[in-house]
Design a protein. Structure first.
Length: 328
């Protein structure tokens, strides 16, 4: 994605590029799938917090995407396989798939474009009873939750889980995943979102504006700080021996927490989500069985600026969807 003005002899595609002066449509080369990869025609994408970090040149954003020109962002996607790279034999052209691009400083693609190429092992077949919009909404938030709760926290049946930000993008799906892993879930949210969090399956709901949810009594096996508003140091006393604090944002408080945890039976983690085919297949099966992914709003890709703005606004509940195919 280096040229904004490809040769007229080169096959091109449309994409939405982010510049200091706003978001504009550009024409760039259509990617070709290499060894072990597939090309996907993007039908739907979703907005993540990472977009804002890169646009605002946040320090963390440097590790999530390459500084490409033009800068095309977006990680989550659902679409249709339209080309196969060498060695890919276990998926058919025309298959509906979903997945996410890797969050890495070498990432030079974005799903706010007509086509992307991805490793075969980074996509899963989309269930027929799951829409492209829902399938695009799920990958980052669901894998973040699954890999946090199952892999980092080793969540087992009967564990007490505190999910902070239980109505947010990650938190809302974390409630359902924690329940499927056998956890007893306490969700923390604002007054207006309490019924939604209850409907998602939380066993207990705490109104963050009225009740303290972090205290000196060790009651939780896991504290999942999805909006990264606390720290291990503040959460430590609420964790049972062997308990786990997990945050979605690396900062100095995380480093301090990791050092403190070295001298304790408790654990402090940062989750770095990674595309895994088996995990995507599990999430897609759960989606087909009724796992909920709350959707806040839908936006045509031509209105990407509005979608990016909505992601940062107060009152947003759930995921912001970008309709790519037919949205130009």
């Amino acid at each position: 994605m280096k040229a904004t003005h490809p040769s007229k002899h080169q096959e091109t595609m449309r994409a939405m590029a982010v510049t200091p002066k706003g978001v504009n449509m550009v024409e760039i080369p259509k990617p070709k799938p290499g060894q072990g990869k597939v090309r996907v025609k993007v039908i739907a994408a979703a907005i993540n917090a990472a977009e804002d970090k890169i646009i605002n040149r946040d320090f963390v954003g440097r590790f999530l995407h390459a500084k490409t020109k033009p800068l095309v962002l977006g990680w989550d996607f659902s679409g249709t396989v339209d080309a196969l790279g060498e060695g890919v034999t276990d998926i058919e052209l025309g298959a509906d798939v979903s997945g996410l691009l890797a969050y890495t400083w070498t990432q030079n693609q974005g799903t706010f474009a007509e086509y992307i190429t991805v490793p075969r092992n980074s996509v899963a077949i989309k269930p027929k009873n799951v829409s492209h919009n829902i399938a695009a909404a799920a990958p980052t938030v669901s894998l973040t939750s699954l890999q946090s709760l199952r892999d980092l926290a080793k969540l087992v049946k009967g564990d007490n889980v505190l999910i902070i930000g239980a109505s947010g993008g990650v938190g809302s799906i974390a409630v359902g995943i924690a329940k499927r892993l056998g956890g007893h879930v306490t969700g923390v949210c604002s007054t207006k979102d309490m019924q939604q969090v209850k409907d998602l399956g939380a066993d207990e709901i705490i109104n963050r504006k009225e009740t303290a949810y972090i205290h000196s009594k060790a009651v939780y096996n896991v504290v999942f700080d999805t909006p990264a508003v606390l720290s291990y140091s503040l959460s430590e006393k609420s964790l049972k021996p062997g308990g786990h604090y997990i945050t979605t944002l690396p900062n100095w408080a995380l480093i301090v927490g990791m050092v403190r945890a070295l001298f304790s039976s408790k654990h402090c983690h940062f989750i770095q989500v990674t595309p895994q085919r088996a995990d995507l297949e599990l999430i897609n099966r759960w989606l087909s069985e009724g796992l909920e992914v709350p959707i806040d709003s839908h936006h045509k890709i031509a209105n990407l600026t509005d979608a990016l703005k909505r992601q940062t606004e107060q009152g947003r509940v759930g995921r912001v969807i970008v309709e790519v195919a037919g949205g130009w």
